[in-house]
Design a protein around this ligand. Sequence first.
Ligand code: AMP
Ligand code: MG
Length: 345
Amino acid sequence: MDTIISHLCSDEKVNNDIFGVAGKILRDGGLVAFPSETVYGLGGNALDSTAAERIYAAKGRPSDNPLIVHLAKVEDAEKYCHTNELFWRIAEAFMPGPITVVLPKRECIPDTVTGGLDTVAVRVPSSESARKLIEAAGVPIAAPSANISGKPSPTCADHVITDMTGRIDMIIAGDESDIGVESTIVKIDDNGMTLLRPGGITVEMLSSLGDVTLDSAITGKLADGERPLAPGMKYRHYAPDTRLIMLDGSDEKIYEFLSRSAETDKIGILLFADEIDKFSSLPITCVSLGEHDIESEAHSLFKMLRAIDTHGCDIFYVKVPDKTGIGLAVYNRMLKAAGHEIIKL
Ligand code: AMP
Ligand code: MG
């Protein structure tokens, strides 16, 4: 399949033409990848079950792993799900933004979009490009992340071009995703709020609206056959081919450990830019995560995970992040990339 690749620019007219072409492709049942503040999405018409099937095929994604329905404005939510008072409080506080809410679905959303569940996940992106695309399409857009299933989610156009060229109708190439990890997913039911996936809207932020229960799949390992509340959490994700291991300990202990480990294996470590000097005397590859703050780590994590395999190492290490704020999302994605391998030093 030929894939149209269109680059957004500073000229509004050019961009509007791109959204016009993309909107028509979506209405006609085709697939368009687009930028958003979280990661790039792979969109299809959320009211068209064939489009949803095409999304699963393009990603190589199991069809029991449901898609998120993206809306241009929060007022549209009631058309696609049964909203409640808590939903509107979340919407008031955090939408548009990097948060997805799971609610009972309405009939118009096909079962293929929800992987057979009777709930649907809805989100209103804060990215202007994403919202313009949804408006141009005139239909809600079902979209998971625009990566091949199992690979790290794409945070820049090049990742999408690598994964999706030849598999979908169009790629809208825009800026790097600001946040860099996928949206927070929260389920609302009679038990209140359950966090299914941590993201840019943090537990601390949600807690201002009521109690938040954490799904055990966020920080724990699922037992064989166990079904998590967000089906996607059971799949191996984000994994580089190189073995990734998380290290939990002081810099001194980590230095000693790496020094021993380098005697037998070709190793690398992901570090903040200002930590590299401490480890640069070791015969290991040090890769910078950028500025020393958790937002930067979230922003660059997936890019780093994609790059790990280019360094020719046997093992890559990364320090366990602090789990507060967006750190919980970084920790959750890292755990999956590391196949839950943590060494306590
Ligand atoms: P992605 O953003 O590509 O990771 O895919 C969407 C995520 O939303 C997956 O982890 C799904 O399991 C989750 N999701 C979508 N719809 C639902 C739903 N109705 N209930 C629970 N989780 C959902
Ligand atoms: Mg994904």
